[in-house]
Design a protein. Structure first.
Length: 169
């Protein structure tokens, strides 16, 4: 998702800085890497990220990072680390005065009952992944609201397309 977001922002003429893990292969950004600035750090490195955010003074942040290894992510405790890192990032964004934040959720926050889902359905996560995502949503709404920051929660459903991990289909 992040590579698609970065491409759209670059094409719209935005200044884009992407936080990438040290081990990240940037193949999904082929053709636009020269138009993106990169900060290399793991999401768990809150202090290092905070220093970079102070330097960058971002107006907005679209946070798409999460543990999502195909076949493993739904029940993995790695989701707890993704939640912790995401909350740390959110706190640092608030501290440096970022005014708009978009976070990415999942359709799995709803009870997956086999029929059509509606955004008016109650959240009822059945996996660690979904519970961690919903937890981030709830915490972020309170933290951002208290700080007067605009927050959007994008609850994505069954992504598929270019740059997909070959293990997913």
């Amino acid at each position: 998702i992040g590579s698609h977001v970065a491409r759209v922002l670059v094409e719209a003429g935005c200044d884009v800085t992407a936080l990438v893990r040290p081990s990240t292969d940037l193949w999904r950004l082929s053709g636009v890497t020269e138009r993106i600035s990169f900060v290399t750090a793991d999401l768990s490195e809150t202090a290092a990220i905070g220093k970079q955010l102070e330097r960058l003074a971002p107006e907005a942040c679209i946070h798409c990072a999460w543990y999502a290894e195909p076949g493993k992510y739904l029940h993995s405790t790695e989701n707890i680390r993704s939640l912790t890192g995401s909350l740390g990032l959110l706190e640092e964004l608030i501290r440096v005065g970022c005014r708009q934040i978009v976070l990415v959720g999942t359709c799995f926050e709803y009870r997956m009952h086999g029929g059509p889902l509606s955004e008016t359905d109650p959240a009822d996560p059945e996996t660690i992944y979904a519970a961690a995502k919903l937890s981030l949503n709830l915490m972020a709404r309170h933290l951002a609201g208290s700080a007067g920051i605009r927050l959007a929660w994008a609850r994505l459903f069954y992504q598929f397309g270019p740059y997909e991990d070959e293990r997913r289909v």
